[in-house]
Ligand binder design. Structure first.
Ligand code: ATP
Ligand code: MG
Length: 293
């Protein structure tokens, strides 16, 4: 087994009804003794990913959807930036999902994300996703009111129904060749405080600070319960969750890269075979080029 497979598998949750967040240490750094080693491997992984993405694009059959979820300051943006630094921007799109607009609220909750799914041959990245519907909306059920759902459909089984719908939706996507990887960046409450303070202390980080984030922090335990429950219900063989320790950014990044490389390597990627007719065309083109000045 490659190091990437080993690392990816160590944090992969496929189907675990008894999953407990407290068994997962946000400060864990696996077998890595040093940050330098992880950085060197990240560089190699980025190069490997570049090659695999090129094949993904040329083959034009599979698509890869990466979903990032986390508490504020867990490092979603940085992980996306570093891990995808080598890939061809033409074959990759990032979408960030914030509080829904009034147009979006007038549709079913999967509508806005469905429009952003990656085409075949592409990598799509969701920075937050429809999982907010069983996170922020679950922690603040008042948000449901703005969704104009018929009252008779808003029952105590709503969250269970959403899990079921998300599972079915993801099964549908994977059956269509959209491979899904879901990352939960597992940050500790203590490290979040440290990072918020850094945003206040360092002028170049001030812009990242939002008073709303401090407000959400007060609901930490509710969020953790919501995350635990959604992982129990939506981690499946076809769309696993990767619960990645996030107190050390360098570790999160190498773990994300490992999962992507491992997944792409598991696909039957190759460059399309050139047909005999095409080969003839290439030979004729060469002849033409060589004949003329
Ligand atoms: P950053 O703060 O690093 O710019 P972010 O992803 O936290 O990135 P914000 O501008 O803070 O971006 O906005 C995201 C907010 O939108 C989060 O608080 C999130 O919970 C909220 N949000 C996302 N989807 C929904 C949803 N479906 N319903 C309600 N709120 C949502
Ligand atoms: Mg934010």
């Amino acid at each position: 087994m490659s190091w990437a497979s080993k690392l990816a598998n160590a944090y992969k949750i496929e189907d675990d009804k008894s999953f407990r967040l407290k068994d997962h240490d946000p400060a864990d750094t696996g077998d890595f003794k040093s940050e330098d080693h992880a950085k060197k491997l990240l560089k190699e992984s980025v190069a490997r990913m570049e090659h695999l993405q090129d094949q993904l694009y040329a083959q034009n059959t599979w698509a890869l959807l990466l979903i990032f979820q986390a508490m504020d300051a867990a490092g979603k943006d940085g992980a996306i930036k570093h891990v995808m630094s080598g890939v061809n921007p033409q074959g990759c799109q990032v979408y960030s999902f914030k509080a829904p607009s009034s147009e979006e609220l007038d549709h079913d909750y999967l509508w806005r994300t469905t429009k952003c799914l990656p085409e075949r041959g592409r990598i799509g990245i969701f920075n937050r996703s429809y999982y907010e519907e069983v996170l922020v909306v679950r922690v603040h059920p008042d948000l449901l009111k703005a969704q104009h759902i018929p009252p008779s459909l808003v029952t105590k089984d709503l969250w269970k129904a959403r899990f079921e719908d998300i599972r079915s939706f993801e099964r549908y996507l994977t059956r269509n060749g959209i491979v899904i990887l879901k990352f939960f960046l597992n940050l500790s409450k203590k490290e979040q405080k440290k990072r918020f303070l850094a945003r206040l202390d360092q002028a170049e980080k001030n812009w990242k600070f939002s008073a709303a984030d401090i407000h959400e922090r007060a609901f930490w335990d509710d969020y953790m319960n919501a995350y635990e429950d959604l992982i129990r219900h939506t981690a499946t063989d076809e769309a696993p969750w990767h619960v990645l320790p996030a107190d050390n950014k360098w570790f999160t990044r190498i773990a994300v890269a490992a999962a992507i490389v491992d997944t792409l390597e598991g696909l039957d990627l190759s460059y399309p075979k050139v047909s005999d007719a095409k080969m003839k065309e290439l030979a004729e083109a060469r002849q033409l080029l060589e004949q003329k000045k």
